[in-house]
Design a protein around this ligand. Structure first.
Ligand code: PLZ
Length: 443
């Protein structure tokens, strides 16, 4: 039997049409068994995956430029992750940390406290998903400040639970028909340089003025922001925007939360994207890349805030599951061993070179943006309006030709790239060649 993991040959190889016959059959089974409410980007079923390739059940291998939405940053089924998972599963699978604690939970918290920005005393707590981490960060901020209002931003994404849906900006598909949403959430303008052409300071001033006038600074418990917006379309705010917002938070006793669920763990060429502008957030939410594919999320913050919650106010049956913690320790180890921060920066350059060259041929590529191995292109019509049609065509072409790419953006007109940070230059360039062929075929 073919195994996944690093031994899987790192190549793109299609031996059937996409989807192949076995995947077509599975798609029919899926339709009868799985809720239609669960979406799907590719119509192929996975058999194995390793490093930066995925093998489907028909024997086709795809170049993975999505990492399961920024999760398998150390490569799929990375060696340390698999070894740690196996070892832990044979020791025990679960105790519930709130019933009988275990060392690996503490070790992951120590790592989070050490790696997140700032040298101050910190504490962490672990959960299962990004949305759950965000929920808990808001709980901590409200308990600490004894205030209720929470500020989020245009184009922001924070999850699909009731509170996090309220924090998320986009209606379709995340919120549509699912209300009523949690109260006391306020949405502020976001710096979006490609569209607003304004400096970070100017947009921040507008947002701050609105917060003061429409909510009242002393009513705000927390401001939550993704340092680079993920689902919103890899929007990198203009320099100065985030520092001004963080400064406003500090001056008014507001908890500044950086949602680093998509940007964290070397993805942007730093442990955390907050570092690019020297931000030291009060609280940070993490998930995705943290545990190499196992469900684990964390919140990390100042000891003062994190310890302000009453005993047993935070928790959950599975939060910080021992196998997920073992995976996280393996994943972080891979990042340190292979210096994936440096590799993410190299990948950014390869992306910039390839995409800039593509842009010179295809003016529909209006913007190239991102940091590290979190890069995107925003596609436009000749009049500058969003071109989501072309995004569908190019991404479908990529899928049918063995490259997994993901889309994003409030207007659905962004193709985003999130390869494993371990991807080879050759495989990445091959993936980008297919993207370019997609543009050619679509025009
Ligand atoms: N915060 C910044 O990116 C998850 C969502 C995919 P969960 N993004 C992928 C989808 O369509 O559901 C995300 C994020 C940021 C929070 C979350 C939520 O993390 O682990 O999906 O709950």
């Amino acid at each position: 039997m073919i195994k996944g993991g690093p031994s899987l040959k790192q190549e793109r190889n299609l031996i059937t049409d996409i989807p192949g016959p076995k995947s077509i059959e599975m798609m029919q089974r899926r339709k009868k068994a799985v809720s239609a409410g669960v979406g799907g980007a590719l119509p192929v079923f996975a058999h194995a995956a390793g490093g930066s390739v995925l093998l489907d059940i028909d024997g086709n291998t795809f170049i993975d430029l999505g990492s399961g939405i920024a999760v398998t940053s150390v490569g799929n089924s990375a060696q340390s992750v698999v070894e740690n998972v196996k070892e832990q599963a044979e020791l025990f699978t679960h105790t519930c940390f709130m019933v009988t604690p275990y060392e690996k939970y503490v070790e992951v918290c120590e790592k989070l406290n050490q790696l997140t920005p700032g040298t101050h005393e910190k504490r962490s707590a672990l959960f299962n998903s990004g949305a759950e981490a965000v929920e808990n960060a808001i709980k901590v901020a409200r308990a600490f400040t004894k205030r209720q209002a929470v500020v989020a931003f245009e184009h922001g994404y924070h999850g699909r639970t009731n509170l996090t849906m309220a924090l998320t900006a986009k209606s379709m598909p995340y919120k549509h028909s699912f209300g009523p949403f949690a109260p006391e959430i306020y949405r502020m303008p976001m710096s979006y340089p490609y569209h607003d052409n304004r400096s970070g300071e100017v947009v921040a001033r507008e947002a701050i003025s609105k917060m003061e006038k429409e909510i009242g600074a002393n009513q705000i418990a927390a401001i939550i922001v993704e340092p680079i917006q993920g689902e919103g379309g890899f929007i990198v705010p203009a320099p100065g925007f985030l520092p001004a917002i963080a400064q406003f938070a500090k001056a008014n006793g507001i908890v500044f939360i950086a949602d680093e669920i998509q940007t964290g763990f070397c993805r942007t060429g730093a442990w955390f994207a907050s570092e690019h502008e020297g931000l030291v957030p009060d609280l940070i939410t993490t998930a995705k890349g943290l545990a190499g594919g196992l469900p684990l999320a964390g919140i990390t913050g100042t000891a003062e805030m994190m310890d302000s919650v009453h005993v047993s106010g935070l928790g959950g049956t599975y939060g910080g599951n021992p196998i997920a913690c073992a995976a996280a320790l393996g994943s972080i180890n891979e990042m340190e061993q292979h210096n994936l921060i440096a590799r993410a920066k190299e990948l950014e350059q390869i992306f910039r070179d390839g995409l800039t060259q593509m842009q010179s041929k295809y003016p529909a590529i209006g913007d190239i943006r991102g940091k590290g191995a979190m890069m995107a292109i925003e596609l436009i019509n000749p009049d500058g309006s969003p071109n989501s049609d072309l995004v569908s065509k190019v991404s479908k072409y990529c899928h049918q030709n063995g490259v997994i790419v993901l889309t994003a953006g409030t207007y659905g007109n962004v193709i985003r790239f999130l390869p494993p940070l371990t991807i080879s230059t050759q495989l990445l360039n091959e993936g980008l060649d297919v993207v370019e062929q997609g543009f050619k075929a679509a025009s």
